[in-house]
Design a protein. Sequence first.
Lengths: 422, 422
Amino acid sequence: MTVSFKNGKTSRRNFLTGAAAAGAGTVAATVAKAAGDPLITEKQVWAQATGDGVDATPYGLPIEFESDVVRRNVEWLTADTISSINFTPIHALDGTITPQGCAFERHHSGAIEMKKEDYRLMINGLVDTPLVFTYEDLERFPRENHVYFCECAANTGMEWAGAQLNGAQFTHGMIHNMEYTGVPLRTLLNEAGIQTAGKWVYVEGADASSNGRSIPLEKALDDVLVAFKANGEALRKEHGYPVRLVVPGWEGNMWVKWLRRIEITDQAIESREETSKYTDTLEDGTSRKWTWVMDAKSVVTSPSPQSPIKHGKGPLVITGLAWSGRGAITRVDVSIDGGKNWQEARLAAPGTKGAMSRFYLDINWDGQEMLLQSRAHDDTGYVQPTKTQLRDVRGLNSIYHNNCIQTWWVRPNGEAENVEIS
Amino acid sequence: MTVSFKNGKTSRRNFLTGAAAAGAGTVAATVAKAAGDPLITEKQVWAQATGDGVDATPYGLPIEFESDVVRRNVEWLTADTISSINFTPIHALDGTITPQGCAFERHHSGAIEMKKEDYRLMINGLVDTPLVFTYEDLERFPRENHVYFCECAANTGMEWAGAQLNGAQFTHGMIHNMEYTGVPLRTLLNEAGIQTAGKWVYVEGADASSNGRSIPLEKALDDVLVAFKANGEALRKEHGYPVRLVVPGWEGNMWVKWLRRIEITDQAIESREETSKYTDTLEDGTSRKWTWVMDAKSVVTSPSPQSPIKHGKGPLVITGLAWSGRGAITRVDVSIDGGKNWQEARLAAPGTKGAMSRFYLDINWDGQEMLLQSRAHDDTGYVQPTKTQLRDVRGLNSIYHNNCIQTWWVRPNGEAENVEIS
């Protein structure tokens, strides 16, 4: 097979078959013994003195040793830091919940600061009674809680032309997965009373960009939430405090932050954000009008370029994330030979609609190079495509909605690199 | 019924029946209209200027307006701030996940600071091969993810003698609920090889207190995790970074932080922490030897003393948390008349074993005073007891394991107070 590296070089390689490296081994043989290890035989400073009391941090922060587990920007990617994006450090996380503190940000005119007392949400347009809600009003409606992923349409967008960014944080980190609490949008729309002519809702934020998007009424009445909490607490400023829209399974751009207004209309507004942006340009130069749903996708988060193997051969946990905007993840396959052979990974929990799944494959690594891939399946029967399959349909002109299989080339020294194979 | 207030006063009161105030109403009638509201009619500062860019906070913090949603200490409760506890602000949270930043802390000799490179875990005692694991070793074993609650045995302990602390944060906030990632303890024990005589494990932490506890081998081999992540990221220092024990459903004191050593023994060690502390003194002065499992319990988090009703009568969301160390929560009842009438609350999601459930009851409040209570049921058939029922069995000498029904007296002005009824 041909392997293309992010520096543009290619080579032909023969990779081991999956079977040779498969099957979890025992770790005990590689485990250190206590004899002579001063961390076991000597009394340590922390066992001789008291630590910090409970008044040290009323709101706790990550320990200083984890200071590399932060959101990161790619400076050349966007024109400025106001209309820009950063990336969740998914290479360093485990489980499925993304802490708000390191969940990616995407702003069109910066993260604005608004008090709850100053918050207003207007519903107008084709309704019986235009309404304005305060934050306190929203708190009086029946609430729901759901764990949902939010993925930017541009996630993995830099990889269309070839292997480019060297790390899962940068190739796949425009995503988060949080437990949202909010009021179903349909409840608020029903309070206003939707007129028969109403077929769409146009939603906009209170920031300068307004970031207006049109959503078909059917979706708006289905599972969209007007959310005010994530992972139990108030939204962070950068995620739309005090109120954002949650549009399960659909591209992140529609999850309007600092939600200000919802207008019922008889047709789509065709705003800037749904015409010149967030549409997919095809091979022949025409553009696909709307791509709202984020198709099934997955990525190995470790090992990966930012999370190399440090312990040499033997037992190795391969882990990653999978998600689908169309339904629940039902299965993830992992290949260590660039897709020649596949093994079914273990899902940490049964998939749920619109939420991320964590997968694991426990292998006994023989220390040889690997071409690591993962492939997601969802409950609609959809299977995540290869890059080649995706290019065959979509061409090379796209930025958005790249859900192709990702390849990491893991070297015998445990370091990994973003590559493409064909 | 007789109502006792936290200031020691009592009174006899007739409370409305639940039926009169039940049934969710429409909020629209109470919603403000746009006319004349400058927050709707005038252009706001945030729509005219750009906000913060994505480089502002690599690790995001709560917005300044949420600075009251923090852990709090009760100064008189413990002798010093090193061996002390603080409380999760559950009155201000929603959903089920507790963010690490505001999850309660309990230290016996302070929160210590240890690098991953300095971490060692020894397994010794009645094993075939004593082992010492580094942090990196632990990362090579197959991992699991589970959402579990961790409740301090002393949670609600101050309420045995009467209504005392005025807020759900203080009466019920020694609890958190997080998604833990770790290696099953049984995997590590099996690596060492448990000898036939081994019946218990004794676990201790690396801090000065060591906080040693004995756990029956059956539990250790069941669902105990050696955990290194919570809600996706590394444990906070105050929660045991880099490794803590997770003992699902069992009292928090056994969830040893900065886990250092696990010794397989033939009997319980009967350490300080399981004899003079964390045992329940009964009416006759004798002590119940061990109470490991946290029984089913619930509390209304809003409205509550720290979360009063501000909007007057009409639609009101009553919400709270329920949990059981024995299994999944199957049902929560809510009473607004001190337990005379009960209505079944809505669970936000089906209960899962060892994890918290969020419940809601949407009512149309008539503006009259309420005696708010909640009552949890779990899948073993257990029903949360009243304070009177609990005292009948346990007497008044206890500190720990108080899972009685909590009462909030909500006044017509929306303010709430911790009371007892009999």
